[in-house]
Design a protein around this ligand. Structure first.
Ligand SMILES: Cc1cc2nc3c(=O)[nH]c(=O)nc-3n(C[C@H](O)[C@H](O)[C@H](O)COP(=O)(O)OP(=O)(O)OC[C@H]3O[C@@H](n4cnc5c(N)ncnc54)[C@H](O)[C@@H]3O)c2cc1C
Length: 398
């Protein structure tokens, strides 16, 4: 293995693996370094599936990126024998007048003329009889969305990247990085590599890795339980029931529950999207059930809204989110070392964009710019105030 590359990608998970593929496909000599053997159960992509929605409650700025991602996922599906996407549809519902996430989902669909049907709670129950929701809820349904097989996606990008000549250093954690004016040196557990350019996409470890190149990012890793339950298969299988996002107003503790229909008898999968306390990704307790709320919160939700999917617990896993203060991603070039790009802080809703983020990272790395509008993800936005850059007179972004 030669030790100098055009580009080194630190973290070959959701974003990094896609970036590695789009770089290698364009003839770039790329090395992907990962602490584990992706796809794996230690990062943010574990747990079989991820929802892809086009109408977007987190903000309509995401819609063009979601649509481009879908094109790239469909393209990936054609290039691999792995199953990538299931068009099960996506629905969202919440209390009328108190569900900003649902309201923005509907508005973003309208703004981009997406195929989004609007429902009352009563009409949604008729359409999906497994639901038990108040008649006056506000709801929408998007037939073209669905879910991605997250681990298959990463495996498919890995196979294709390898096919195009990408090299890998697996089970090889990066220990240190030195950034020079026009190159980098990456010290790993097993070796030392150099490159002209660097991509940092280390998921919940991105804060630790970015600190090695002088960036103190306001990233908060957190522990996220998700579980599968036995369900009435005729009501909740993927041909009869879509993915779902449900906004529960609860004062300051507003939560969004999300989930997936059953397929192949796996049961209904449910999680609770909320930004809980910070953990250290190296020492987090990864045992499902070690906190009584791991199952408890999800069970309460199912009993209330989908009682016929609240059967025996089939499986539970723990995954990791890494959030930013404003919930938007970080995708930008390093403010001092423009040959370093960073993609981090995907705040629990990033997987669906991994394909387009890979494309963006390849463009930023090769030409220094991208065709996509990523202005809401920039490092110097007001929502990231407090980001510090070592050795730079712009010590704090304003
Ligand atoms: C339970 C759960 C449910 C979710 N549901 C959805 C959903 O429905 N839809 C959606 O769009 N998104 C969803 N997300 C969010 C999405 O999965 C993440 O935003 C996305 O996976 C983040 O990708 P990443 O590349 O940043 O992290 P990862 O995929 O974790 O990749 C980071 C990689 O960096 C590597 N790494 C770390 N440190 C080092 C080091 N020192 N040296 C080398 N390599 C290193 C890791 O091993 C890992 O492979 C969910 C997340 C969770 C946890």
């Amino acid at each position: 293995m030669t030790n100098h590359y055009d580009v080194i990608v630190v973290g070959a998970g959701s974003m990094g693996m896609a970036a590695g593929y789009y770089l290698a496909r364009q003839g770039v000599k790329v090395l992907l370094v990962d602490a584990f053997d992706p796809p794996h159960d230690q990062g943010s992509h574990y747990g079989d599936t991820r929802i892809i929605r086009h109408a977007y409650g987190e903000g309509r700025e995401y819609v063009p990126l979601a649509l481009r991602s879908q094109v790239l996922w469909n393209d990936l599906e054609k290039k691999t024998h792995h199953k990538i996407f299931m068009q099960a549809g996506a629905m969202g519902f919440g209390e009328k007048g108190d569900a900003p996430f649902i309201d923005e989902g509907i508005a973003s669909g309208k703004a981009y003329n997406l195929d989004v049907e609007r429902f009352t709670g009563a009409a949604l129950k008729e359409r999906f009889p497994g639901l038990q929701i108040p008649d006056n809820y506000d709801a929408f349904y998007e037939p073209n969305s669905g879910f991605l097989f997250s681990e298959n996606c990463i495996q498919a990008y890995r196979d294709l990247a390898e096919h195009h000549g990408a090299e890998f250093s697996i089970n090889d954690p990066v220990r240190d990085i030195e950034a020079y004016d026009d190159s980098v040196k990456v010290m790993t557990e097993k070796s030392i590599f150099t490159a002209d350019k660097l991509v940092i996409s280390a998921g919940s470890w991105s804060g630790k890795i970015a600190a090695k190149v002088g960036l103190d990012l306001p990233l908060v890793p957190s522990r996220q339980p998700v579980a599968w339950f036995e369900a009435n298969e005729s009501l909740f299988n993927a041909n009869a029931f879509p993915t779902f996002m449900v906004e529960i107003p609860n004062g300051e503790n507003r939560a969004i529950y999300y989930g997936f229909p059953s397929f192949g008898g796996c049961g209904v999968k449910v999680g609770r999207h909320e930004y809980v306390d910070a953990i250290d990704p190296d020492t987090m307790n990864g045992e499902f059930g070690s906190n009584e709320n791991d199952e408890g919160h999800i069970r309460e939700f199912l009993d209330k809204f989908m009682p016929k999917a609240s059967g025996a617990l089939k499986k539970g896993v723990i995954c990791k989110y890494t959030r930013t203060p404003d919930g938007h991603f970080i995708i930008d070039k390093h403010p001092v070392h423009a040959h370093i790009s960073i993609a981090a802080g995907f705040s629990g809703h990033g997987f669906k964009f991994a394909s387009v983020v890979g494309e963006i990272l390849s463009q930023l790395t090769i030409s220094g710019r991208t065709d996509h509008d990523i202005s809401i993800f920039r490092l110097n936005r007001p929502g990231l105030m407090g980001t510090k850059v070592a050795g730079n007179e712009r010590k704090y972004f304003k």
